[in-house]
Design a protein around this ligand. Structure first.
Ligand SMILES: Cc1ncc(COP(=O)(O)O)c(C=O)c1O
Length: 370
């Protein structure tokens, strides 16, 4: 007799276990995880040094001060915010609450890999809507809707493509969906857009009972290690998700840090300016090296090596890793000819440019060009 067996959907799961890469020794330049370039707000770091809180006490189930701080920064209704252990947890909760065997959930061709995973864990069927030139295609999503569709996941801007569709397209998508279909707006990179972008999404959430926007503190706000995300949604959805979320999934350190981080607008603006400056410069650098770049609405660049008269994507990633620089390989997305690089600090970007220039020049000299 066999031991306990998981459900079939779990057995066949293509598990998303992010691999940010490893280096043998020394300090690493990690540009493989889309974290904020400038680290964490100095105000958060000062707080962490000064006040360790009361570790022996359970945190609040839902930290009201945190919801109020988020609501005040982004002009939202605090009672419609649900915080969680990263937005990954929210995506899982949504799938767990709204999907079951026999249901379909639509996601776009290169959607963040956690999304097909949570659909499959829930026992439902992921349905893929093809992109157009790496951009989500609203017509393809609407064409994929069937009587079984329960949820549509839209990651915008998307990871790993870095592309965005404008809010009028998001509105057209919502207008084309039945009212019983839940539209999930994964807005993990919304902070890299002007506030008006997420404001419009928030107004959509407030006007309808079938939209959820998920957000994260892991990118611009620089708190990836503390695992803090939040959803903005109608009260009924909030009650449903809140009832299956672990009661203490947001720890006190994360909640306190989140309150400070979301209020530090000066740090957010500085981080945005930094990202924009290097985005332009690195795109010019990659293009002049004969690589292609996908126009980015985020803090990372998808770099294309197809047609590159030189080392391949994986040869380049290996070389960079040998120099303690980590780019993300894109094979799990079926994009073997691409690498993804997050914007890092000034110094890191200079080192990347120098290291790649040396590598490509060396390949040219040694005649290893294709
Ligand atoms: C599109 C997208 N959604 C969600 C997440 C998860 O973010 P969190 O760290 O809040 O779980 C990521 C992280 O890379 C992401 O790229």
């Amino acid at each position: 007799m066999k031991g306990p067996q998981p459900r079939d959907a779990i057995k066949s799961l293509l598990s998303y276990r992010p691999s940010f890469g490893k280096v043998e020794q020394g300090s690493v330049i990690r540009l493989s995880a889309n974290e904020g370039a400038l680290g964490t707000s100095p105000k958060v770091l000062a707080h962490l040094k000064a006040d360790q809180g009361t570790p022996s006490r359970y945190p609040e189930v839902q930290d009201r001060r945190l919801c109020e701080a988020i609501a005040s920064r982004y002009t939202l209704e605090p009672g419609q915010i649900l915080t969680a252990n990263g937005s990954d947890e929210l995506l899982s909760l949504i799938a767990m609450a709204y999907l079951e065997a026999g249901d379909e959930a639509i996601h776009t061709q290169y959607a963040f890999l956690v999304i097909p995973q949570v659909i499959q864990i829930a026992g439902a069927t992921p349905v893929v809507a093809q992109d157009k030139d790496f951009i989500c295609d609203v017509d393809a999503i609407l064409a994929a809707v069937t009587a079984r569709t329960k949820v549509v996941f839209l990651v915008n801007p998307n990871n790993p493509t870095s592309t965005i569709i404008p809010m009028d397209e998001v509105q057209r998508l919502h207008a084309g969906l039945r009212r019983d279909i839940l539209l999930v707006l994964d807005w993990a990179y919304a902070e890299y857009q002007p506030d008006s972008f997420s404001d419009e999404a928030a107004r959509m959430v407030e006007a309808h009972d079938n939209i959820i926007m998920t957000r994260t503190f892991s990118k611009l706000h620089g708190l990836a290690a503390f695992r803090l995300g939040w959803a903005y949604c109608a009260p009924d959805i909030l009650t449903t998700l809140g009832s299956i979320r672990g009661p203490f999934s947001v720890n006190q350190i994360a909640a306190d840090a989140g309150i400070i981080a979301v209020g530090d607008v000066e740090f957010q603006e500085k981080s945005l300016r930094h990202s924009q400056k290097w985005m332009d410069e690195m795109c010019r650098f990659f293009t002049s090296a004969g690589l292609s770049v996908v126009p980015s609405a985020t803090n990372f660049i998808l770099i294309g090596f197809d047609g590159h008269n030189g080392p391949t994507a994986s040869e380049t990633a290996r070389y960079l890793a040998s120099k303690n620089i980590l780019f993300r390989e894109m094979a799990p997305y079926g994009l073997d000819q691409y690498l993804r690089m997050s914007i890092g600090t000034d110094e890191e970007m200079q080192i990347v440019k120098q290291t790649l220039s040396d590598f490509f020049a060396g390949a040219q000299k040694s005649g290893t060009l294709k």
